[in-house]
Design a protein around this ligand. Structure first.
Ligand code: RBZ
Ligand code: NIO
Length: 362
């Protein structure tokens, strides 16, 4: 399923993008003055293949899983919080429930590797590959075969979303300890030291951050993940929700849906996804800058921008939900504003086309 999905990822529609850019350049505002929002609208034209996309259906796919490395004391919270938070998501009481409502997005919940058996709940997909990963400080998180199975789950979830009309898919995750494997993945591709990339996660002290960095160093030394082989990195120092999200990204890109990433965990998944399929990178949209230092590093490695500086460090897809609102804002600009001609406003002296050529406007 992975190979076919990667093969199905097409280029953006450059004609739709050019037509969209032309309309935006003629809207009643100084040329380029809504910069980031304009770029989002043009990107959505390229992804959807429509010069004036509007009212896109939004889904947030939240994958939950546990991590053997949590036994090393790398999180400020106990492992039981993972299933408890999944129940909280199902019952509508978590931050992401509020954010999904705010964004007008449907929340899709997936148990892809929670350590305990969860009861059937409305809205919860039970797709457990295994009850949590093994401890990456001691050996590989999972087998390569399990990594592939988890990716397939994500591809299927993205296909379901696309078949329900989703044009924008936000990524969310839950899994106590998951900033540790995410940092290990990002460190595998970075020239920066893992100590510089390790952050406080749910709220570690400086001493606990140093311990977490040691565990990450051990995971990398014990497993020796091969960056030339993203599946190797994923299987050795990843997690089931991270693997699932890799699949969601690839499946969404193959289905011509935009993918809005969130913080460090989803950006680790995005980094692996673009290593597996560079063409998927054009379907990615950044949202906020997380407090986690590895998040910025991942964005840099992917070559992706983010927009919101809110010092958030929650995950669940909360930043992605805000990113979806920025896409909406860009599409409202595109669809609701009038052009100079439609509104009878005098155009800039040299005309927008001439201004666009000038070096100042990018
Ligand atoms: C109550 C609670 C709700 C959360 N929602 C997301 N996370 C976030 O924190 C975890 C990662 O941080 P670390 O690696 O330090 O464990 C993940 O579950 C992530 O989604 C939460 C964490 C807690 C405690
Ligand atoms: O960057 C994130 O999304 C994040 C940071 C800390 C804990 N959980 C998630």
């Amino acid at each position: 399923m992975l190979k076919d999905t990667i093969a199905a990822i097409g280029p953006l529609d450059e004609t739709a993008m050019a037509d969209c850019q032309l309309r935006i350049d003629n809207l009643t505002k100084p040329l380029g003055s809504l910069h980031g929002l304009e770029r989002l609208a043009v990107l959505m034209a390229g992804i959807t293949g429509r010069a004036r996309p509007r009212d896109l259906v939004k889904h947030i796919i939240l994958m939950a899983a546990d991590h053997g490395v949590a036994a090393e004391g790398v999180s400020a919270y106990p492992r039981e919080v993972t299933p408890q938070m999944v129940m909280n998501f199902c019952n509508g009481g978590a931050a992401i429930n509020a954010f999904a409502r705010h964004a007008g997005a449907q929340l899709i919940l997936v148990d892809i590797g929670v350590a305990v058996e969860l009861p059937p709940m409305p809205g919860l997909y039970r797709e457990k590959v295994a009850p949590g990963t093994a401890n990456i400080a001691l050996g590989p998180a999972m087998t390569r075969e399990q990594a592939l199975r988890a990716i397939d789950v994500g591809i299927r979830m993205a296909r379901v979303a696309v078949s329900k009309g989703a044009g924008v898919i936000g990524l969310g995750e839950m899994g106590i300890g998951n900033t540790t494997p995410s940092t290990a993945i990002i460190a595998s591709y970075s020239e920066r030291q893992h100590t510089e990339l390790t952050g406080r996660g749910t709220g570690l002290s400086a001493a606990a951050i140093a311990h977490k960095a040691d565990i990450i160093a051990r995971a990398l030394a014990v497993n020796r993940p091969d960056p030339a082989d993203p599946l190797d990195v994923l299987a050795k120092v990843g997690g089931f929700e991270i693997a699932g999200l890799v699949g969601v990204i690839l499946g969404a890109a193959a289905g011509r849906a935009a993918v809005v990433i969130d913080g460090i965990i989803t950006s680790a998944a995005a980094l692996l996804a673009v290593k597996l399929a560079p063409a998927a990178g054009r379907y990615l949209v950044g949202s906020h800058f997380s407090c986690e230092p590895a998040h910025r590093e991942a964005l840099k490695l992917i070559g992706l921008d983010a927009y919101l500086h809110l010092n958030m460090r929650l995950g669940e897809g909360t930043g992605a939900a805000l990113g979806m609102r920025l896409i909406d804002a860009g599409l409202h600009v595109l669809n609701d504003m009038k052009t100079f001609g439609e509104a009878a406003v005098a155009v800039a002296q040299d005309g927008p086309g001439a201004l666009r050529q000038s070096a100042d406007i990018v």
